[in-house]
Design a protein around this ligand. Structure first.
Ligand SMILES: NC(=O)c1ccc[n+]([C@@H]2O[C@H](COP(=O)([O-])OP(=O)(O)OC[C@H]3O[C@@H](n4cnc5c(N)ncnc54)[C@H](O)[C@@H]3O)[C@@H](O)[C@H]2O)c1
Length: 281
């Protein structure tokens, strides 16, 4: 089965005949992913532990989406999710591990039980889903694609993000190992690493509004990303266009991990040396 790729000013994808699981589908990037895969012809299993949000995603999506209320941080929740792909659509080709939680607090205030929950969802959930999905893909015998999620926060020293940022970095490392172990089965595993994406609740809570109004002007592109800009990277990694890409981290962060808009260039005006000849003046 071919994923046809059309190019113009936009890339579009045709996932007709493919079945995708998307975790964290009740809002934000996950909801946009469900809609995009379904519009591109895929059958989709949309998973979240938030039943009401999931129902809203379903009502806003085209046909061909099945909803599963499930906690992917638990083995039975992950298994129920991939089983739903077989029960509803008979196969599984793509697994997008988008579900995450991101509570922020200072290192000195961090509580061990919150830390553990971050790792349970962000790391164990990604592991459990990858394992359950890969087992089904191997049994299906036609390979597959797994797209995991990190964050640009994993590369900066982001204050308040000890648990979240380190859990996202762990996913990048996990992805590299999974890519090696699953390669013989034709399963490609990659990570997408977003920067600030416009998924926050509206109207913004006052504290968040103040933080963002200070932060956004410092971003290299001086704006947050839109969910669709993350979706485009995921669809690419799930398509035949990325057939030689595995174990990679695709940054979708408008360069926020590599610098700030206001980084001053370092000007070397040391008058003691002639840099061309190497002579001391
Ligand atoms: N939004 C951003 O600025 C941003 C920045 C960097 C990285 N990311 C990453 O992008 C992804 C999507 O971000 P978002 O802002 O859309 O997230 P979000 O918080 O809006 O949505 C996450 C979804 O995951 C679900 N979820 C949480 N725990 C779950 C569990 N145990 N089982 C099932 N579902 C569960 C939540 O109910 C929610 O619907 C995440 O992996 C996040 O780490 C987001």
């Amino acid at each position: 089965m071919e994923t046809s790729l059309k190019t113009g000013s936009q890339l579009t994808f045709d996932f007709t005949g493919r079945v995708a699981v998307v975790t964290g589908a009740a809002r934000g990037v996950g909801r946009s992913l469900v809609q995009a895969f379904a519009r591109a012809g895929a059958k989709v299993v949309a998973v979240d532990r938030d039943a009401a949000g999931l129902q809203e995603t379903l009502s806003l999506s085209p046909d061909g989406v099945a909803a599963v209320v499930s906690d992917i941080s638990q083995p039975e929740g992950a298994q129920a999710t991939v089983d739903a792909a077989i029960a509803h659509f008979g196969r599984l080709d793509i697994c997008v591990n988008n579900a995450a939680i991101a509570p922020h607090t200072s290192l000195l205030e961090e509580r061990a039980e919150v830390w553990d929950q971050v790792y349970a969802v962000n790391c164990r959930g990604t592991f459990l889903m990858t394992q359950a999905a890969a087992r089904l893909m191997i049994a299906g015998g036609h390979g597959g694609r797994i797209v995991n999620f990190s964050s640009a926060a994993s590369r900066r020293g982001s204050p308040g993000a000890t648990a979240y940022a380190s859990s996202r970095a762990a996913v990048e490392s996990f992805t590299r190992v999974a890519a090696i172990e699953l390669a013989p089965h034709g399963i490609l595993v990659n990570t997408v690493s977003p920067g600030l994406i416009d998924t926050q609740p509206k109207p913004l809570p006052p504290m968040m509004s103040e933080t963002l109004s200070q932060r956004i002007p410092t971003l290299p592109l001086a704006r947050p990303g839109q969910p669709e800009e993350v979706v485009a990277a995921v669809l690419f990694l799930a398509s035949d266009a990325s057939s030689y890409i595995s174990g990679s981290v695709m940054m979708v962060d408008g360069a926020s991990a590599v610098g700030s808009r206001f980084s001053e260039p370092v000007v070397d005006d040391d008058i003691r040396y002639d840099w061309v000849t190497g002579h001391t003046r």
